[in-house]
Write a protein that binds this ligand. Structure first.
Ligand SMILES: [Zn+2]
Length: 204
């Protein structure tokens, strides 16, 4: 099945003007939307969201459509959301349907997966869980910034100080990427502390 793109030549701006003028003509609006899905410029993405909102409102408010519907074949419906069952913990995750590959993370178990809507199908690929870095006593000391032979009280103080610095509550306002980095560092700090706590316990 070959896809035609009647609006391939139009700029996002021209498509917006067109959209405004054919708003009630559902098949035309859907064709504009189909064209926008091929594009990733900010103006096209913004317009696409606007068109999608319009279509959603349309579907809710009425079942009657403008002229031109009878002689134009309808485009396949694309759902706006998709439910993913997390492979790690079975949590049901609702994600937006996008024709670009997006990586999501389960809010519960933090397993990552890629999602992409392609050829009418939502493709989900779970990414392998991140290998936990093995932390030796030496690397634990360097993570916490304490010297070899430092007393446990000192290790605990260092861990407290770093935990405060990297605590997730302190990074709510940061972009996702940085929050994630702080989260990973926090986990590393905790593991380093556990390694040293265990080691000092064994000395008795
Ligand atoms: Zn999960």
């Amino acid at each position: 099945m070959s896809r035609t793109r009647p609006y391939i030549q139009e700029s996002a701006k021209e498509l917006e003007t067109l959209f405004e003028s054919v708003k009630d003509d559902l098949p035309k609006v859907k064709r504009i939307l189909a064209e926008l899905k091929h594009r990733s410029t900010p103006s096209a993405v913004t317009l696409r969201e606007k068109v999608e909102r319009h279509l959603k409102g349309e579907a809710k408010t009425s079942k009657s459509h403008g002229p031109g519907r009878a002689d134009e074949p309808p485009l396949p419906e694309q759902p706006s959301h998709h439910i993913v069952d997390c492979k790690g913990c079975n949590t049901r995750i609702r994600i937006p349907v996008k024709e670009v590959c997006v990586v999501y993370r389960c809010p519960n178990c933090h397993l990552s997966f890629e999602a992409e809507y392609r050829g009418g199908v939502m493709e989900i690929v779970f990414l392998p869980a991140q290998q936990e870095e093995h932390i030796t006593e030496d690397s634990a000391r360097s993570i916490l910034g304490v010297a070899a032979g430092a007393p446990f009280a000192e290790i605990k103080t260092a861990w407290r100080r770093l935990s405060q610095q990297y605590h997730p509550d302190k990074h709510q306002g940061l972009p996702e990427r940085l929050r994630r980095a702080a989260e990973i560092e926090m986990a590393r700090i905790n593991r380093a502390y556990q390694v040293l706590a265990r080691a000092s316990a064994e000395e008795f």
